[in-house]
Design a protein. Structure first.
Length: 253
């Protein structure tokens, strides 16, 4: 792997593609940068680090990006948690990034790149976390409607920047259905997951009350059983004493 100093010494031209995504509009833009001074702000940064976009030019003034990944010049992907700027071989299994198992329980040793950016990167994936002053053509000037919106309450709130008091049901992304002749246009909406409604709270109260009633019944049954057991033991003891008295009286006669 060539370091930045080695690349400069050998006279290599440092080029990097930046794949910039803007989740608010659903657009993304691929730009190619061959100026080392513009890329200097990204070097030695890790995945999930935030970088100011002022170094890319006046058009990007005020923008802030978050690094989400990338590939080196041989196509190997960056992996979060590997604290190096080189390439390593890791034994990966189900649930790990950069690997998709083909069989149940399969593990495989794969080459991945560390999570630190350097001059050997070919493509760097960025997400806009703060919009700047100017509009970027093809990124912020148009909106691509989402075919499928989020279902979970927290993700809907995060997408539309809602407060807890806002009604999430008014912001569900509806999907129009193909129109048929002579029928009204229809649309589909996903069922919202983890939505707290009065019915949900009522069912929760019912579950809690049922749990309390079971605990109380169990405690009362245990007390009643202990009382009955003590009474039976007392009766057995009295019968035993009665038998002893009767046997002693017979012996005395």
């Amino acid at each position: 792997f060539l370091s930045l100093a080695d690349a400069r010494r050998r006279g290599f031209v440092i080029k990097m593609k930046l794949n910039i995504a803007f989740p608010a509009t659903g657009c993304q833009k691929l730009i190619e940068v061959d100026d080392e001074r513009k890329l200097q702000a990204f070097f030695d940064k890790r995945i999930s680090a935030e970088v100011a976009g002022d170094s890319l030019g006046d058009d990007w003034k005020g923008y802030r990006f978050r690094i989400t990944g990338g590939n080196d010049k041989q196509g190997f992907p960056m992996k979060q948690g590997v604290l190096t700027n080189g390439r390593v071989r890791l034994l990966l299994s189900k649930g790990h990034s950069c690997y998709r198992p083909r069989r149940t329980g399969e593990r495989k040793r794969k080459s991945v790149r560390g999570c630190i950016v350097d001059a050997a990167m070919s493509v760097l994936s960025l997400v806009v976390v703060q919009k700047g002053e100017q509009e970027i053509p093809g990124l912020t000037d148009k909106t691509i409607p989402r075919r499928l919106g989020p279902k979970r309450v927290g993700k809907i709130r995060k997408l539309f920047n809602l407060e807890k008091a806002d009604d999430v049901r008014q912001y569900v992304v509806r999907r129009p259905m193909p129109e048929k002749e002579g029928r009204k246009p229809k649309s589909k909406a996903p069922k919202i997951q983890r939505l707290v409604t009065p019915v949900v709270l009522q069912r929760k109260r019912a579950r809690v009350a049922l749990k309390k009633n079971r605990a109380n019944k169990k405690r009362d049954d245990a007390a009643e059983y202990a009382k009955l057991l003590a009474m039976r033991l007392k009766e057995a003891k009295e019968r035993k004493m009665e038998r002893r008295r009767s046997s002693s009286m017979r012996k005395s006669q």
